[in-house]
Write a protein that binds this ligand. Sequence first.
Ligand code: COI
Length: 331
Amino acid sequence: TKIFAYGIRDDEKPALHAWEAAHPEIEVDFTGELLTPETAALATGANGAVVYQQLDYTRETITALAAAGVKSLSLRNVGTDNIDFDAAREFSFNISNVPVYSPNAIAEHSIIQMSRLLRRTKPLDAKIANHDLRWAPTIGREMRMQTVGVIGTGHIGRVAINILKGFGAKVIAFDPFQNEQVKAEGLYVDSLDELYAQADVITLYVPGVAANHHMINSESIAKMKDGVVIVNCSRGNLVDIDAIIAGLDSGKISDFAMDVYENEVGLFNEDWSGKEFPDAKIADLIARPNVLVTPHTAFYTTKAVEEMVHQSFDAAVAFAAGQTPETVVEY
Ligand code: COI
């Protein structure tokens, strides 16, 4: 059995080599390059491809991989919103993802950003760097005084709820697919509108599927409290960024943290030092004292990277053996 992995980064190599050492019967080959129509042939002779990227898995890419004789695609990440499933269906691809690599990685980052916004650490740090050690006007707000609206109560949302409870925040939640424990705790409100009306802070943990596209838009923002704080560490397409910018300009939104951006491909995880950002909106957002931008790093922890590598390789091997891994993506 041979598994070919695309887009392997240096920080993944320890986990990759540990997996190889534990599976001497499996031949492993890899490249730092991403899977594209041009690189698909590199996987020729492999039983499965392990991939990880934010580029789209287009019809062209999937067709090229099938032409190389590889019809099993094991994502090292959770999101599957960038796969052309119609094309995958045509070639009967087996697809897996890593739905639970480390929910804590994303949940922790989102709540850290939330608390940084509430304590105004960005303008405070800027003042300190400028030798200004005065308190005012950089006064903070406390977590326990906030009603936090958690949208999405999957693995990540539920860890976020537990962290928020530790801070003493009042948590309300919405998810069309209710979780028994969250329900038993009485956290669910009946509708998103109700959550928008009650929440001082709103944080998102839902997938970037078509039904959720731009769910945070000018209409939904109008339903929120004045001075709402919004955190998005899920998918860029969940928010209409123009509506967010308008809300920040009017003061309707007091603070915003984003780890994801609709146009992040080719922008995030690139070095722009000494250069201008190619995107005027990101430049504007990064310059604001009440906006925190991180470049899709919520997931990026040692534990998460290890799990992503190990679980995706396990799934690829299972497909190669004609088995259905637990992490199969049904589509
Ligand atoms: C995911 O796991 O879906 C992520 O968002 C992480 C990644 C693709 C950078």
